[in-house]
Design a protein around this ligand. Structure first.
Ligand code: SAM
Length: 225
């Protein structure tokens, strides 16, 4: 895939100032993000402390900025742990063929309902984003899957393999990045981009296992080294 990713030191991408973005699309995206925060508030309040659920929403504006430079006809986007579906629907609105995999059935239901209501073609599958039989084997031998949940793999039901996707997005918990990098290396397309939201509200962009850029609330930054 030839991407226009500009995270190597060129000007920050501002969706409000992106001339090629249709004003109607801009409004749809803004409404979607607003709806995302409402869903997150409701979900957070209804699950409460007793029923802790590890769903934390990404910074939608930062993710939008990170996705914009990748827009190109026919590209496939996958979100690992798509939760309420906001980012997968955002990718669909931006023109990607967009898919999300999520373990939690209630979140999958919320995402499908939202996609239907917003007339989005985003597709959501209930299951795990870990392929069947995948085992993380890091060099230090600690192959625990950290806080990533367990469940049957979602790829068969989705009818797609990981190596069909040009762009994969996830918001990992701290410590899960190495597993996600290993997963894309082992099962992804060699030229796929992996976008990982970070705990400090940025998005790191990896390709072929290398960090090639980082978008934060203050714009793109060149990685050291
Ligand atoms: C930190 S939240 C991120 C939600 C969303 N991607 C975002 O950025 O707003 C992680 C999500 O991944 C889901 N999840 C955790 N392990 C998973 C797995 N193995 N397969 C699919 N989803 C998983 C959780 O249920 C949760 O909804």
């Amino acid at each position: 895939m030839e991407s226009g990713f500009n995270g190597m030191g060129t000007a920050p991408v501002d969706p409000r100032a992106t001339p090629e973005m249709d004003p109607a699309l801009r409004i749809r995206l803004a409404d979607l993000c607003e709806e995302g925060w409402d869903i997150w508030d409701r979900f957070d309040r209804s699950t409460g402390v007793e029923n802790f659920h590890p769903f934390v929403a990404a910074d939608y504006d930062v993710v939008l900025k990170a996705l914009l430079p990748f827009r190109a006809p026919g590209l496939k986007f996958l979100e690992w742990g798509s939760a309420s579906g906001i980012i997968t629907i955002m990718a669909d609105l931006l023109g990607f063929q967009a898919f999300g995999i999520e373990l939690d059935p209630e979140l999958v239901r919320i995402a499908r309902t939202l996609a239907l209501r917003l007339d989005s073609g985003a597709t959501f599958t209930e299951g795990s984003f870990l392929p069947q039989g995948y085992r993380f084997r890091p060099p230090d031998g600690d192959g625990r899957l950290g806080t990533i949940g367990h469940g049957p793999s979602g790829y068969i039901q989705m009818g797609r393999h990981l190596d069909e996707f040009d762009l994969v997005f996830a918001f990992p918990w701290g410590g899960e990045e190495p597993l996600m990098l290993d997963l894309i290396r082992a099962y992804g397309r060699p030229d796929a981009h992996l976008l990982l939201h970070t705990v400090n509200d940025g998005v790191r962009v990896y390709r072929e296992g290398r960090l090639i850029g980082e978008n934060g609330p203050a714009g793109p930054r060149i990685p050291k080294g």
